[in-house]
Design a protein around this ligand. Structure first.
Ligand code: CP
Ligand code: NVA
Length: 306
């Protein structure tokens, strides 16, 4: 994976299709312990939002590679007291080998990347969650053997996860259907970007009809109806999003072999029923585990092995 060395990972589209597929293959080999790679480097985690999976999976991945991690909760760094991002970025660049950032605006992440020479990783912004999608596609590939030609349906808010899924599915030749209430569509620019990537090879569909979206689909995916930073509107969203809940009735309209994914954390009996989460089609726990394997492959690709 020399091709990725030194690069940033700010968006799914920072990878070409073959690079994404190679990364998934490396992740699977690392998971199966078919390859043993070392990377004695230092990862910083600068998070402006809460995290369980991303923080812990990055930390364990780096430890298992023989590296170190510094947890830079934004509250205990000077950036929370107004130190400019260009200054923080140029200083952290001189200490760390790689920096994963979870923040609100994609623009802030891009400013970090433009001032720091080390690889910058998007650990979630309001626009995208590309690390999540690496684990999601790894999980789908494990379940179905390949990706191209499969159909993934995302139901709920047209948010960061929806955006990265659209781009990731388009890159690997999967059909992607996004079903959202009309006022909660994914960003038009991202939809156009995904359609351009898909070309004529796969379908990118955005609809407000959950039943149409789910027909014959191989992967049913949902996420919270109110993301971090949108807590104030959480209650008013519930009745609007109710028709998009992933429940047994909806899942039964999908392909008989369909799997169910959720990036977590979940609000049981809001966007997904407890029965579906705990049911036979759920691959949610495998998906969560795969965060670690996928990010280990990403780290070693961006940094190079020892
Ligand atoms: N899915 C995900 O990114 O989880 P965390 O917010 O716990 O990191
Ligand atoms: N869309 C969610 C994903 C959490 C992993 C959020 O941004 O809060």
């Amino acid at each position: 994976m020399e091709a990725l060395k030194g690069r940033d990972f700010l968006s799914v589209v920072d990878l070409r299709a073959n690079e994404l597929l190679d990364l998934l293959q490396l992740a699977e080999q690392l998971k199966q312990k078919k390859v043993h790679l070392r990377c004695n480097k230092v990862l910083g985690l600068l998070f402006f939002k809460a995290s369980t999976r991303t923080r812990v999976s990055f930390t364990v991945a780096m430890y298992q590679l023989g590296g170190q991690v510094i947890d830079l909760n934004s509250n205990v760094t000077q950036v929370s007291r107004g130190e400019p991002v260009p200054d923080t970025a140029r200083v952290l660049d001189r200490y760390l080998d790689v920096l994963a950032i979870r923040t609100f605006e994609q623009q802030q992440l891009e400013t970090f990347a433009s001032y720091a020479k080390i690889p910058i990783i998007n650990a979630l912004t309001d626009l995208e969650h590309p690390c999540q999608i690496l684990a999601d596609l790894l999980t789908v590939q494990e379940c179905f053997g390949s990706l191209s030609g499969l159909t993934l349906t995302y139901l709920g808010d047209g948010n960061n996860v929806a955006h990265s899924l659209m781009l990731g599915c388009a890159l690997v030749g999967m059909n992607v259907r996004i079903a959202t209430p009309p006022a909660y569509l994914p960003q038009a620019g991202v939809v156009e970007q995904a359609k351009a990537i898909a070309g004529g090879k796969s379908q990118v569909l955005v609809t407000d009809d959950p039943a149409i979206a789910v027909q014959g689909s191989h992967v049913i995916y949902t996420d919270v109806w109110a993301s971090m930073g949108q807590e104030d509107s959480a209650d008013q969203r519930i009745p609007i999003f109710q028709p998009y809940q992933v429940n047994e009735e909806l899942v039964n309209q999908a392909d008989p072999e369909a799997i169910v994914l959720h990036c977590l954390p979940a609000h049981r009996d809001e966007e997904i029923t407890d029965g579906v989460m705990e049911g036979a089609r759920s691959k949610i726990w495998e998906q969560a585990e795969n965060r670690m394997h996928a990010q280990k492959a990403l780290l070693v690709s961006l940094l190079g092995a020892d």
